[in-house]
Design a protein around this ligand. Sequence first.
Ligand SMILES: Nc1ncnc2c1ncn2[C@@H]1O[C@H](COP(=O)(O)OP(=O)(O)OP(=O)(O)O)[C@@H](O)[C@H]1O
Length: 540
Amino acid sequence: MNSLKKQMEYIFGGNIAVKGITLKDMTYSEVSEGGLVLLSSHEIREIVKPFLPDSCEVIISRRTINIVRLEQVITMRERSRFLVVNDNPGTTEETVKDLKNVLSEHEFIPYLVNEPIPEEFDFIITPGEDRLIPSEVYQTFDIGPRVISIETVLDLKRRFKLQVTDALLMQYYIKTMVHMTAKNNEKEPENIIDQNKHRTFSEIPTESRAMEATVNFARQMANSSNNNIHIIGETGTGKQMLAEMIHNESVLKDSPFHIYNAASKDPQLIEAELFGDKEEGHPGIMAEISRGTMYIKNIDSLPYQLQNRLADHFDEKTGCSAVRFITSSIDDLMKLYKEEIISQKLYSYLSSHILKVPSIAERKEDILILINDFKSHFKREDMEFSARVEEAFIQYDWPGNVRELYNLISYCVCLNRKYIELDSLPIFFSGITRNFDNPQKDSDFLDTEAVIDKIEKHGFLSESIKLLEIYLEGKKENASYGRRKVRRLLLEDDIKMTDQQLRLRIEILDELALLNVRIGRAGTTISEKGEKFLELMSEK
Ligand SMILES: Nc1ncnc2c1ncn2[C@@H]1O[C@H](COP(=O)(O)OP(=O)(O)OP(=O)(O)O)[C@@H](O)[C@H]1O
């Protein structure tokens, strides 16, 4: 799943917001109305269907072999015979077909797990399933897991009406395949949601007194014998994470952690899911749970008439140390009770052990700490934010809290740059620039010597300066120049460059954050840092 998500992010470069979810983490509220769902295979369609709102469009990603990884196989002597090993008959057949299409000079024989090994072949080939290889005797080519196909990429382009040519998208596609190949041996960072499964309180990075108090209280509750805990906090503050931590540090840690989200559901469905459905013949979650922690999020969305029934269940399970209930809400419990959203009986169960998770606005001292934590999570400790970006992060209100902060850092990671400037941040982050009408100069961030050093490794400094000047001209005229026009303007200054040389220069300047390279009509523009660099160079 991580791999498919990464491919999408690399290919579409931030033009599409991508969220990855594994089957085991799927819940009813995971996909919002009107979203587009890309499934990794046909097989999971029926399993996923009940979790998706009717208004969702579902497409199945066609997967194919990663051509970039075929280098060695392409150079083998002709008419070599390969035994193809994959995880099921369907995917084996598809892999054989794709290999035959691309490498018609060789022969490919499908291998079916649990069937005798065919008699005659020279090598084994597998798309990342080397654990299934039936014989160690033969030389094996592992061509890495199958990748999203170009048809699916073009299909997505059409559906999202992206302003990018097929040719450019194709180039990004190939670049992504090369990237996937180069990174193949590196361990992908785990999904942060999966991480909660092993997380404990010691992993909450904080210097906020409010957060510290919450964690200390949670630690005490984890090991106390009370069955009910209620967590209050704005969206994305980490309520679910805290609930999982409580579970992980309690005596129940080896039992399951169940999640039920009561938000945006039909009352009859909630009743059937929690308390059973006689016609369908299932007893309901409450009757089925015999051990572990049950986390019910958005408890205030539970229909009023079901609340006392739930409270009765709490009653039944009180004293039974095998089950604990943790509930959560965004609003304060007293307010919910006063507004008659929560019944008196349920209130009396929930109000005795309350944890409040502070919002980011209430713990601004933690912003840079959290950012460092996320940078190391993505193994991108080298990524640096300019002083203005850091300042803007502190100023911003973060309505989506830690989730929004995490998403923004993962966006920055996808930019694949060392230095992040204000104008590298996504447009939706507009709130951040509001306070910067009079921006202070960010001179200490620009290490001119290091920049010159890097530029000179790839060509003449004077040429890159000219290039930046051209883009500055373009910015003043409010025009984004294509490469052909840039080459013509360079020629006027007697600088002759092939398209490939120009592309490389642009890439280097992009890496140094002196240029902002964007796909499609947005085009390439000079960044604030690029302008600053030109200013400093003209003073020299
Ligand atoms: N202190 C933290 N350190 C690291 N990651 C955190 C922290 N707090 C939250 N997160 C991450 O932020 C994201 C949101 O957290 P979580 O889902 O627990 O929030 P929530 O309050 O339950 O949100 P909602 O009410 O919208 O469901 C998760 O990916 C979580 O792992």
